[in-house]
Design a protein around this ligand. Structure first.
Ligand code: PLP
Length: 437
């Protein structure tokens, strides 16, 4: 196997580090967890990305989720090109915004009204402000290991004992803000009940990734989401599904369609922007009516509903919703990849945990079931790093962290999948040499 020539990427990274903190504009891109420097990407098409040195890779990052149709999809590029000729931003309402809102509502019926923003982070920050405004309560419950963007309220994990006050994960988060965030264990309804009892009458919202992607792919246990719905109903707490990753990914109507649980509010991002910077939050009319200028809860954005972003989003959502079989075909591809990897594990005699929901998946380097943050954290990170580098050298670009979900797109061909399965077999053998074989 030839080692990768990544000279140009390395030179660029040296320059980038002089001018940009850590050389990147979002931390995970720096490849810290996998022991090498990042690739600088020049272009992408379908399931393939090319770096600045001209190396080609089959891409399972998909810009962290948006690229469900594959890169540079003609319908999205075409829509952006058409709208762009008329100008890039007006700061005034447009026809396209109305059509995007209508389309989102059709696909996700729990959304009766929707507000567009510019990122997933903005969507979740706005959604909890809204829940607080609606309930006149201050506390929120999130789950250990769930990521909801970089808002102050979300950069919290449980201290020792989930009943204690939140402790910030990052300097700069005021302890007074952290104290309003309570942290429960994913897939553990009892931990949620304890928190709601201890803070009875003070919890405004429970926010959850209905399928977790941000500790690697972790599906909800049977009854977990239903249980959250019940607790929220009993205690008049606003249930927020953060579907920034799962919306239009695990089903057209997101995880709420797949698991048949209706949240009060939903946050969206990633896919709905077709690769442009977009987020959205929406839900029950009664709650959304509080958003300014319909109501008193202030939230605004100079570029919100930007025409280019709306054009890309509209093209994306209409392409996804037009074809009834889109998600069936994507599931088939994903299943094919899962079965190939499971076959490899049997061939080698390895017991690793593979979690998959639709086109989101993670191979965890542990033989324990991964159901929450504690079990995810048991995965052997050095093995993952070896695996990542081995796969990269064989032309497969995976998320550079054990705790990020990988994504398939409609553009991954049978050949791409077969090549990935073959690379997986050789790389796993190499990673576990000499213990197995
Ligand atoms: C990516 C993500 C966010 C943050 O979205 P940004 O657009 O990166 O701000 C929030 N929640 C979930 C579940 C995500 O996956």
């Amino acid at each position: 196997m030839k080692p990768l020539n990544t000279k140009r990427s390395e030179t660029l990274f040296t320059r980038a580090q002089k001018h940009i903190p850590g050389g990147v504009n979002s931390p995970v891109r720096a490849f810290h967890a996998v022991g090498r420097s990042p690739l600088f990407i020049r272009k992408a098409k379908g399931a393939t990305i090319w770096d600045e040195d001209g190396n080609a890779f089959i891409d399972y990052v998909g810009s962290w989720g948006p690229m469900i149709l594959g890169h540079a999809h003609p319908s999205i590029l075409g829509a952006i090109g058409k709208v762009m000729k008329h100008g890039t931003s007006f700061g005034a309402p447009t026809d396209l915004e109305v059509r995007v809102a209508e389309l989102i509502k059709t696909c996700i019926p729990s959304i009766e009204m929707v507000r567009m923003v510019n990122s997933g982070t903005e969507a979740t920050m706005s959604a909890i402000r809204l829940a607080r405004a609606y309930t006149s309560r201050d506390k929120i419950i999130k789950f250990e290991g769930c990521y909801h963007g970089h808002g102050d309220s979300f950069l919290i994990k449980a201290g020792s004992g989930a009943m204690t006050l939140g402790v910030p994960d990052s300097p700069g988060v005021p302890s007074s803000v952290a104290a309003s965030t309570l942290t429960a264990r994913y897939n553990d309804l009892e931990s949620v009940r304890e928190l709601t009892l201890a803070s009875a009458g003070h919890v405004a919202a429970i926010i959850v990734e209905p399928v977790v992607g941000n500790m690697g792919c972790v599906p909800p246990a049977e009854g977990f989401l239903q249980g959250l719905r019940q607790i929220c109903d009993e205690q008049k707490i606003v249930l927020i599904f953060d579907e920034v990753m799962t919306g239009f990914r695990v089903a057209l109507g997101g995880a709420q369609e797949l698991y048949r649980v209706k949240p009060d509010l939903t946050t969206l991002g990633k896919i709905i922007g077709g690769g442009l910077p977009v987020g959205a939050y929406g839900g029950k009319r009664e709650i959304m009516q509080l958003v300014a200028p319909a109501g008193p809860m202030y939230q605004a954005g100079t570029l919100s509903g930007n025409p280019l972003a709306m054009a890309a989003g509209y093209a994306m959502l209409s392409t996804l919703s037009k074809s009834r079989s889109f998600y069936v075909k994507l599931e088939k591809k994903s299943m094919q990849l899962e079965e190939g990897i499971r076959g490899n594990l049997r061939t080698i005699g390895l017991e690793l945990t593979l979690n998959r929901v639709g086109s989101m998946f993670t191979l965890f380097f542990t033989d324990h079931a991964v159901t929450d943050y504690t079990s995810a954290a048991k995965a052997e990170r050095p093995r993952f790093a070896d695996y990542f580098r081995g796969m990269l050298a064989r032309g497969i670009y995976l998320p550079p962290s054990q705790f990020e979900a990988a994504f398939l797109s409609a553009a991954h061909s049978d050949r791409d999948i077969e090549k990935t399965i073959a690379a997986n077999l050789i790389t796993l053998r190499q990673v576990y040499k000499p213990q197995v074989m």
